[in-house]
Design a protein around this ligand. Structure first.
Ligand code: NAP
Ligand code: GCO
Length: 266
């Protein structure tokens, strides 16, 4: 075993939607492991915000405006990355949205939008980067799944359908391209403190914790929300040569939620 297997030296990593949040934390870790960081976001303001944030961390990142649901924009972005930086070695399909709406009140348009960003886009971006990886003789695709790849809950029907599908897309990319030395795995974060979950953690008018906040803490053996930094080690592992025989796996980084029935109410 050579610890250099965990290095990402000389690798080019594209993390989608990584101006902040989980994607930004993963990019920070990849930079620390030696990778060149490429990210995109949906508009120039967010890309500029991301570039500034990376610069403040001492990271020279390459930022591109790209809506990952737009196949032509993705193809154009891959072309630009190849010209500006080089052929992508590591792809993290991180960009994602959620709509928390009871199913009977959710429009088909809202449902389609979540599926488009959280499931169709990982297909589109993976399909765009795979040819370069196959030509190079290696590649790592990491899909950011979710607890909702395994569990449902009220109001997140579209998100759970997308993340469940993303788990199976992960296994299918593994199945189709494992022979080309492509490893495609997923990370299933638990409940992580980012802007996406901020509404679930808002303090109540009386200053008490949000009921959902208390619920998640009671369902997590670690008795806390996760932080984006909790995902950094697992993300480096799945992007590195240390995981070359790990394929089609969803690595849940959830503080134990999926293993635990939940704390008995006192
Ligand atoms: P976040 O804070 O909402 O960040 C998501 C990023 O994706 C934002 O930069 C967002 O840009 C970008 N994005 C959205 N739609 C896009 C599009 N069409 N094209 C390009 N970029 C787009 O979310 P997060 O909490 O960091 O989550 C990141 C990933 O982890 C998501 O896939 C999420 O489903 C997953 N996840 C999160 C948690 C959690 O507890 N936070 C747990 C499990 C899984 P905008 O600012 O324009 O929206
Ligand atoms: C929700 C949350 C979750 C987290 C995450 C859990 O509303 O239940 O947003 O879906 O984002 O996906 O793994």
């Amino acid at each position: 075993m050579n610890m250099k297997d965990f290095s990402l030296e000389g690798k080019i990593a594209w993390i989608t939607g990584a101006s902040y949040g989980i994607g930004f934390a993963i990019a920070e870790a990849y930079h620390a492991a030696g990778a060149t960081i490429v990210f995109n976001d949906i508009n120039q303001e967010l890309v500029d915000r991301g570039l500034k944030a990376y610069e403040e961390k001492g990271i020279k990142a390459y930022g591109y405006v790209c809506d990952v649901t737009n196949e032509d924009a993705v193809a154009e972005t891959v072309k630009k990355i190849n010209e500006d930086v080089g052929v992508i070695d590591i792809l993290v399909n991180n960009a994602g949205i959620i709509r928390r709406i009871p199913m009977l009140e959710m429009s088909a348009a809202d449902f389609r939008k979540v599926i488009d960003v959280d499931l169709n886009a990982p297909f589109i971006v993976s399909k765009a980067v795979l040819p370069g990886m196959i030509k190079k003789g290696h590649g790592k695709i990491i899909n950011i799944c979710s607890m909702m790849s395994e569990l449902g809950r009220e109001t997140v029907s579209a998100y759970a359908a997308a993340k469940g599908g993303l788990k199976m897309l992960t296994r299918n990319i593994c199945s189709e391209y494992g022979e080309a030395n492509i490893q495609c795995n997923g990370i299933g974060p638990g409940y992580i403190a980012t802007p996406q979950t901020a509404p679930l953690r808002e303090r109540q008018p009386d200053g008490s914790r949000h009921p959902f906040d208390q619920f998640i803490v009671s369902k997590t053996p670690a008795a806390r929300w996760g932080n984006p930094e909790d995902l950094q080690g697992p993300a480096v592992f799945l992007a590195s040569d240390a995981s070359n025989f790990v394929n089609g796996h969803i690595l849940y980084v959830d503080g134990g939620i999926l293993a635990y029935i939940g704390k008995q109410p006192s």
